[in-house]
Design a protein around this ligand. Sequence first.
Ligand SMILES: *[C@@H]1O[C@H](CO)[C@@H](O)[C@H](O)[C@H]1NC(C)=O
Ligand SMILES: *[C@@H]1O[C@H](CO)[C@@H](O)[C@H](O)[C@H]1NC(C)=O
Ligand SMILES: *[C@@H]1O[C@H](CO)[C@@H](O)[C@H](O)[C@H]1NC(C)=O
Length: 245
Amino acid sequence: MILQWLIVLLVSVCSLVALKLPNYITPCSRSDPNHNACTLASARAAVPKFLKGDRKIGLPSLLPLKYPQSSVLNGNSLKVTLNNLTVYGLDNIDIKELQFDYEARKVKFKSFNTQLDIKANYTIDGRILFIPLQGSGPCKFEFINGTYEYNYEYGIETRNGKKYAKIISARSTCKYDVEKAIFNLQNLFNGNEMLGEQTNRLINENWMLLNEELRPSINDLLTGVHEIVTNVFYQNIPLDELILP
Ligand SMILES: *[C@@H]1O[C@H](CO)[C@@H](O)[C@H](O)[C@H]1NC(C)=O
Ligand SMILES: *[C@@H]1O[C@H](CO)[C@@H](O)[C@H](O)[C@H]1NC(C)=O
Ligand SMILES: *[C@@H]1O[C@H](CO)[C@@H](O)[C@H](O)[C@H]1NC(C)=O
């Protein structure tokens, strides 16, 4: 009788443990000499699945990603405030590099994305070159063929006896580069359609200028986006089940 109970107990404990890690995640061992290759292959297989969400382990879908904060993009000569941000196309990602430094708790994550779009409600005030910019309304920024380098540090939290990684915002940065960016600001100048259209055309003929002006702020915004995505993952999957000794 006792033996039967023990077996039942053992089986259920085993299945609980087995349930923890979804089958699309392959754990890697930090003592593996090809560790970086293992984490890269594992992430490349897991990320597209995990972005879709996984109810079994409490992962929400990130397609699209609702960004909770408002974001202020500051240029030398203009200021853009974005509200109600939504990020589309995270699943166009192609992960290029993933390197862990376990001693320093630092990670380098490099990716390429063919098309990443941000939609938001904007307010803009200022000028770019000789073009005055003023207005508010819906906007869309498209980043085509972008490379993103996210360098982050993480801390460790213990919950229910398990260790979870959590990004340290102040020590994390993202830098991007794009082959092309497209900026679309609807309802510029209080909805003056002709002026709005001409201005959007001028901006996009000179998109590199606006991109350079806003780059530091967009880097910050993308740091936030990467942090949310990475934390959703880390907060639901214990680190010691992802990374074996
Ligand atoms: C946008 O965000 C503001 C607060 O930041 C909120 O009041 C508003 O309901 C949100 N939605 C839309 C569609 O503007
Ligand atoms: C911007 O705000 C309007 C309402 O003022 C709303 O209908 C629209 O969906 C918003 N756009 C975004 C991207 O949130
Ligand atoms: C983006 O990259 C693809 C190939 O990966 C290329 O065909 C396309 O022309 C590029 N687009 C831009 C806008 O550079």
